[in-house]
Design a protein around this ligand. Structure first.
Ligand code: NAI
Ligand code: 15L
Length: 266
């Protein structure tokens, strides 16, 4: 198999559970980690429970790893303290361990919320300045910058995949535009891990939906071509073609409902 050991963080989460079996062909051993219980290790698996905010534990977690799929952390707008621990301190701990252990390739589950303050009439690409829509989005921008620094300084290659909405089905009209199917996610990860050179790449994780907010031309070297589309769910949201700015910030800006929820200081 191409890798000896892939580390998957966030393995107990929605995407982690989806990926668990599907990444097995890529490595002899998949090391599954989360703060929460991921259940017992199966064949070809190792389980390490770990808080990303714990520096020593993260260093131990990385031992023997040659590629990382980083899906752990707070995945939505939340009190800043939690975001700071998991997504900011956690990210710093992770990259220091990645550097110390000689990991060569990382995929970071970034988010469309790095760009949530662009308008729904904008077409956003990877070179445009980040415009996060809350502290969660800011923490993902931090992750993108930190991984850029570790590439420039040490040559550690990272693909920051700005995931749209990866759920079994779109839950609202916005998700008709941001939908990413499970198969397309797996393919984006496969391309990110196996493309010859990725340097530091920012890519958009989105299926081939009819309406588009993101231009992926800056990440074509990954070779990722989405096969699915939200059109299969058109019956659920027949009016989504009319998704247009109105007197409602959750419609004016790409971040949708996230615009209303932060920042949360407690
Ligand atoms: P999730 O919330 O279901 O899973 C995240 C996992 O991280 C959880 O199992 C949680 O226990 C773990 N975690 C949280 N704090 C931690 C800590 N301090 N130490 C160790 N583990 C910790 O989220 P989901 O949907 O599976 O997303 C996975 C990743 O993808 C997240 O980083 C999220 O920001 C990103 N993403 C997901 C999108 C989606 O559509 N599902 C869209 C954009 C980004
Ligand atoms: C995200 O970044 C979140 O992790 C996910 O739960 C969804 O809210 C998604 O963005 C989205 O924008 O739909």
């Amino acid at each position: 198999k191409p890798f000896k050991r892939i580390l998957l963080t966030g393995a107990a989460g929605g995407l982690g559970r989806l990926l668990r079996d599907r990444i097995k062909p890529w490595a002899d051993i998949v090391r599954l980690s989360d703060l929460a219980d991921v259940g017992p290790a199966g064949e070809g698996e190792e389980v390490v429970q770990c808080d990303l905010a714990d520096k020593a534990a993260v260093l131990a977690l990385m031992e023997g790893v040659d590629a990382v799929l980083h899906f752990g952390g707070i995945s939505t707008e939340a009190p800043f303290d939690a975001i700071m621990q998991a997504n900011i301190l956690g990210m710093a701990n992770l990259y220091e361990a990645i550097h110390k252990c000689g990991v060569k390739r990382v995929v970071f589950a970034s988010s469309n919320h790095t760009m949530g303050f662009y308008k729904t009439t904008d077409l956003v690409d990877a070179d445009m300045p980040p415009r996060p829509d809350g502290m969660y989005g800011v923490s993902k921008v931090f992750g993108e910058s930190l991984s850029r620094y570790y590439y420039d300084r040490f040559g550690i290659e990272t693909v920051c995949l700005r995931i749209g909405s990866c759920f079994p089905e779109p839950a609202n009209p916005r998700m008709m535009i941001t939908y990413l199917s499970a198969d397309d996610l797996v393919e984006a990860l496969r391309c990110s891990l196996f493309a010859a050179r990725v340097g530091h790449t920012i890519a958009f994780g989105v299926s081939d939906n009819k309406a588009k907010w993101w231009d992926d031309r800056k990440s074509r070297h990954l070779g990722f071509v989405a096969k699915d589309s939200s059109t299969q769910f058109e019956h659920k949201f027949p009016d989504s073609g009319n998704y247009a700015p109105a007197d409602d910030i959750t419609i004016t800006f790409q971040g949708g409902g996230f615009l209303l929820t932060g920042p949360q200081y407690n």
